[in-house]
Ligand binder design. Structure first.
Ligand SMILES: Nc1ncnc2c1ncn2[C@@H]1O[C@H](COP(=O)(O)OP(=O)(O)OP(=O)(O)O)[C@@H](O)[C@H]1O
Length: 384
């Protein structure tokens, strides 16, 4: 079949440019349409440097060409981000608050709905990253129910004080290779529940900024469920590298996860969504390890990622040992050889991949970036 450039141009008029109201052709964002046998290749400009925007643009172009010109043709899209678009995004990041010296990547872990296992996933992600050799810090900002001290078996510890450049700072507690601060250390679980608005925000900012974290590859922030004040405060207080959203496959959890993703994508917030983790994907009894029971529905979060065009970061089974491990303060990923531990390690690998991808495609949070998967092979268990 012979393909006509004019047909391709008219199909691309159906796709909106990444800024303004014009379509791609009106905006002059399509360059170098080339036809090689049964393949069309073209360059397109994206004024939005985020990975999501670029992927969305690519998908829209494929769809437009298939729907309005040639249904079966192979299409290769090269998305180009001009330097000024990168600089603009960088400037937008600056007004968000200063980076934290020594902290390379800040990852917010969120869920729309409570009780879907956000804190469990965060704790296991933190330990998995530490086992891979990364320097990891964890901020438990879940003011409604800080659970990290229990999950890390440090309920009887208190963060120390340390003088840094003449200033008194909190010294995070450490276990399993993860430095950690929790609102629970200061307020006690019962008090923390009543914290709201400015008080919660102030506490969160102090946990992040008034602590001596040292050099970290990753700072994970376990947010309260939902989409509230504290989420907005966080993105104003620090430049968040990306967000991980946790959901179960259940419809009501997915509806809230969708809201969570939408919140991070809002123009005013504009935090790249690294992807969605599906927790409690299926139940597997210990005595029948090959049996999978999809008690909350099957692959719901996976479908949602396809629909929202965000990465799928993995599925974690519902296993009794995960709950037991959380309760005794030894995250399940430390079990090493169990399938659920491997699922957590695989999820951590996917998160690192997405961070690398994001840092390659967006202005960095700081000058030093993680741009390699080196160090991603699990090393020997490190416990304290
Ligand atoms: N994959 C899993 N298998 C078994 N139990 C799990 C799993 N994930 C989480 N749980 C258990 O489910 C309960 C809720 O988990 P968790 O506290 O992590 O949820 P959450 O989303 O952080 O809750 P919230 O933020 O509303 O306090 C805990 O008892 C936890 O041990």
């Amino acid at each position: 079949m012979k393909y006509e450039k004019s047909q391709i141009y008219s199909a691309l008029q159906e796709v909106q440019a990444t800024v303004g109201k014009e379509n791609l052709i009106e905006a002059g964002h399509v360059r170098n349409i080339q036809i090689f046998g049964d393949e069309i290749e073209l360059d397109v400009i994206s004024m939005n440097p985020t990975l999501q925007a670029k992927k969305k643009l690519e998908v829209s172009i494929l769809k437009a060409i298939h729907d309005h010109a040639y249904p079966k043709v192979k299409v290769k899209v090269n998305v180009i981000v001009p330097e000024e678009a990168k600089q603009l995004a960088s400037a937008q990041q600056q007004i968000r608050g200063e980076a934290i010296p020594g902290v390379k990547n800040i990852i917010a872990v969120a869920s729309g709905k409570g009780g879907v296992g956000k804190s469990t996933v965060t704790a296991n992600l933190a330990v998995a990253l530490a086992k891979m050799g990364f320097k990891v810090g964890l901020v438990d900002a879940d003011i409604h129910g800080p659970s990290m001290p229990i999950m890390f078996d440090v309920t009887n510890e208190k963060p120390g004080n340390i003088e840094v450049d003449g200033k008194q700072m909190m010294d995070p507690v450490e276990n399993y290779g993860v430095k950690m601060l929790s609102i629970g250390f200061f307020a006690g679980v019962d008090q923390a529940v009543v914290w709201r608005g400015p008080m919660a925000t102030k506490a969160l900012t102090q946990l992040i900024r008034d602590a001596h974290w040292g050099d970290l590859d990753f700072m994970l922030i376990d947010l309260p469920p939902g989409t509230g004040d504290i989420h907005l405060s966080l993105v104003q207080a620090v430049p968040v590298t990306g967000a991980v959203v946790v959901s179960t496959p259940q419809q009501i959890a997915l509806a809230d996860a969708r809201k969570g993703v939408a919140m991070f994508k809002m123009d005013a917030i504009n935090v790249p969504v690294l992807g969605i983790v599906e927790n409690m994907s299926y139940f597997t009894p210990d005595e029948l390890p090959d049996n999978k029971y999809y008690i909350f529905g099957e692959a719901g979060a996976k479908r949602l990622t396809a629909e929202l065009n965000v990465p799928f970061l993995g599925e974690i089974p519902l296993v009794q040992s995960v709950r037991e491990a959380a309760d005794v303060g030894r995250p399940a990923v430390l079990q090493e050889t169990t399938p659920v531990a491997q699922a957590f390690v695989e999820m951590a690998r996917r998160v690192v991949e997405e961070v690398v991808d994001r840092n390659d495609n967006l202005p960095p949070t700081e000058a030093t970036r993680i741009t390699t998967m080196a160090g991603c092979s699990p090393k020997k268990e490190k416990t304290s």
